[in-house]
Design a protein around this ligand. Structure first.
Ligand code: C2E
Ligand code: MG
Ligand code: MG
Ligand code: MG
Length: 296
């Protein structure tokens, strides 16, 4: 009886393992072809001044348009890309496409803004990143101040020598580095201290923004307020991520947050749609738009 059960268990385990392996295998082989088949696309999300609602920047966010699965989000395929080394090619594609696109907008006389890209830790921690960035900027004729690189704390925990030399190299080029998802890692404050002057932008993670209330005295507001003050002391620009309500916007404006990113102003949108937003130059919070529609 026990033997039978064991056998059954093994069969169940083995077949689900196979299904899982098969799924990863198909995902990996389709991802391998995604670039050449033109299935990757960059969406752009505006960063907005909390005071004037002007677009002051954008973040490029990758999407995979799969013919059967539809739009696949980066959280689903970037980890796999990192495991399989496919993120080298993807990272290069993201960098180049962003610079080409931004230069095209500038040549069309749209407001000039910096566009940031996200780099995984392994793509950041290599000396070749610097020559790579130099080459892309040269090829696309984009000025270095219009390209920014977002990294997370994990990128800073590895080989200290490489981290410093890459950060110094980028600083020398005039390409700014932003610390993404700030506050969610486990060395946030010491990272700020060690890399002072080399990391020039801080992005407050949306978990801290979610909890903001209109009450300045609320506990949940203290952390965001403190992070903003801290970055001002360290001469870093602060971006708030995941801003969804006008209450959050107002609080962040009171705290002198430099820019706002979130669904309140716009979700990440395809390049052609972003161009329309940039042409307007100024956005209106979605909530206000709805209120306005009611009265017109
Ligand atoms: P991230 O860099 O922190 O990007 C912000 C994420 O928050 C984006 O998710 C964006 O769509 C989402 N978001 C923006 N505003 C709001 C809001 O108001 N509410 C909510 N709930 N979410 C908001 P997305 O585009 O799915 O990207 C997820 C993550 O995937 C990114 O987090 C980034 O770590 C990674 N990623 C995206 N594109 C790339 C890429 O080209 N290369 C690499 N290596 N990673 C990327
Ligand atoms: Mg980011
Ligand atoms: Mg983030
Ligand atoms: Mg993230």
């Amino acid at each position: 009886k026990a033997k039978e059960l064991g056998k059954n268990n093994f069969q169940v385990y083995s077949s689900s393992l196979n299904a899982q392996t098969y799924k990863i295998f198909t995902l990996e082989s389709s991802l391998r072809h995604a670039i050449e088949l033109n299935q990757l696309e960059l969406y752009y999300q505006p960063k907005v001044c909390p005071n004037t609602y002007e677009i002051v920047g954008a973040e490029a966010l990758i999407r995979w348009n799969h013919p059967e699965w539809g739009i696949v989000s980066p959280d689903e395929f970037i980890p796999l890309a990192e495991e399989t080394g496919l993120d080298i090619e993807i990272g290069n594609w993201v960098k180049r496409t962003t610079c080409i696109q931004n230069k095209q907008w500038q040549d069309a006389n749209l407001p000039k803004i910096a566009v940031s890209i996200n780099l995984s830790a392994n793509r950041f921690l290599e000396q070749s990143l610097i020559t790579n960035v130099v080459n892309v900027l040269e090829e696309t004729k984009l000025e270095s101040k219009y390209l920014e690189i977002e990294i997370t704390e994990t990128s800073l925990l590895e080989n200290e020598k490489i981290v410093f030399s890459v950060l110094e190299g980028l600083k020398g080029l005039g390409v700014k580095v932003a610390l993404d998802d700030f506050g969610t890692g486990y060395s946030s404050l010491s990272s700020l201290k060690r890399f002072k002057g080399l990391i020039e932008i801080l992005k407050i993670d949306r978990t801290f923004i979610n909890d903001l209330t209109p009450l300045d005295t609320a506990d949940s507001n203290f952390i965001a307020k403190m992070i903003i003050q801290l970055s001002q002391q360290l001469r870093m620009a602060v971006v708030a991520e995941g801003v969804e309500t006008t209450d959050q916007l107002e609080v962040l404006n009171n705290y002198n947050c430099d820019s706002i990113q979130g669904y309140l102003f716009s979700k990440p949108v395809p390049a052609s749609d972003f161009e329309k937003l940039l042409r307007k130059g100024k956005l209106m919070p979605e909530e206000m738009k709805r209120v306005e529609e009611k009265f017109t």
